[in-house]
Design a protein around this ligand. Sequence first.
Ligand code: TGC
Ligand code: FAD
Length: 397
Amino acid sequence: YATFNWEDPLNAKNLFTEDELAIAETAERYCQERLQPRVLQAYRDEHYDAKILEEMGELGLLGSSIKGYGCAGVSSVAGGLITRAVERVDSGYRSGMSVQSSLVMGGIYEFGTEEQKERFLPEMARGKLIGAFGLTEPNHGSDPGSMESVARPHPTRKGYYSLSGAKTWITNSPIADVLLVWAKLQETGKIKGFLVERKDCPPGTLQTPAIKDKNGLRASITGMIQMDEVPVPEANMFPDVEGLKGPFSCLNSARYGISLGVMGALEDAIARARTYALERKQFKGNPLARYQLIQKKLADAVTDAAYGTLAAVQVGRLKDEGKVTPEMISMVKRQNCDAALRNVRVLQEIFGGNAVSDEYHIGRHVANLFVTQTYEGQSDIHSLILGRAITGIQAFV
Ligand code: TGC
Ligand code: FAD
């Protein structure tokens, strides 16, 4: 028999190509050497260092599955191994990267004109231009189809639209140079995507205030997008896609990335809980790891991490073969986010009172994983997406 490896119990590594293993190693090394040492202070200060995106860009980690335009063009699984490496440090760092890579660069790559791709993608791949994705509104989160943001022909500028409305809970918005905003055309009521460039907005038309004092995802920056007749040239609109298909297609890639990303956070929690359980002694000098209840917590978490990883790898392979369905992505996004949150909450118990100290990192993962279960479709929304596919009956309304 081979030897059991608690860090990769079902030998998922066996399913990765040489290239994927090399990319994962590069990403893991960067994350452990450059991100891990700064996360604690960043989380305490609620500070996101925009230089991180430039560092990731230098390593080819941004928009990694895009072919051409200065991007690496790797497999979906390799992209997922990058998100896993980043989220092993912190979900907020992965969030900043996912928005840049999957939601904005992915959207431009899939729906942008050739001119838009050439103008934005290479600079975004280098982390020199920062992106934000504006779908959620103050009154419409799970139901973005009811959005109120509107694009009407600009009253004075020919060839321009005028965008008005508000988006909220938008990752990267306070620091973004290009904001992919989804709004309804006044004439048709159809949702369209617009690339709003901050540098071209007249004073007072675009505000992106930060949302402060979050109790999760504090190492990422989140804000609003407030638009008051922002002039946007027609050339910055995605020409051919309309309706929710546009934003949801971007979300398919980002949700996939989260499904492997959260496995990184769970694996970090497992490694920390295991070390703590081996070192901490209670009752006659026994390590906590000696007790059956502790072992069951570790066994449950390790099993869920292993199953979740294999399922995500399978979905990634199907994605690259053109055989994926959005429901498969909903399944792994929901299952892996729920499993990561559930297990990390249980592993937190192993640390006793020390869990309350941020230096043990476990509380940070718990707070972050609540957010991952909520954004990009809250888990119950994904249950309804699956329920609709199983029964043929939609139960949203
Ligand atoms: P529904 O009738 O289901 O669909 C409307 C149109 O959209 C198409 N569609 C999809 N296309 C591609 N991929 C998908 N996954 C798709 N899902 C739906 C669908 O085919 C249809 O097209 P057409 O041509 O017939 O018009 O629409 P609905 O209004 O009933 O939607 C219901 C529901 C619940 C499924 C949907 O609204 C939903 O998923 N809600 C969750 C909202 C959400 O995920 N928001 C995410 C905001 S972005 C974010 O959170 C980023 S966090 C980033 C970070 O920091 O990491
Ligand atoms: P609501 O839609 O009000 O839902 C509240 C609760 O009700 C949820 O549990 C939900 O599952 C449940 N619920 C809603 N409808 C139903 C129903 N029909 N049946 C049963 N239960 C239901 N959005 C972006 O567009 N871009 C971003 O970059 C972005 N980044 C984010 C970063 C952070 C830190 C956070 C917290 C959020 C971010 N979001 C972003 C927003 C996120 O996508 C939304 O918070 C999420 O979609 C849920 O919407 P909501 O908060 O309005 O909750």
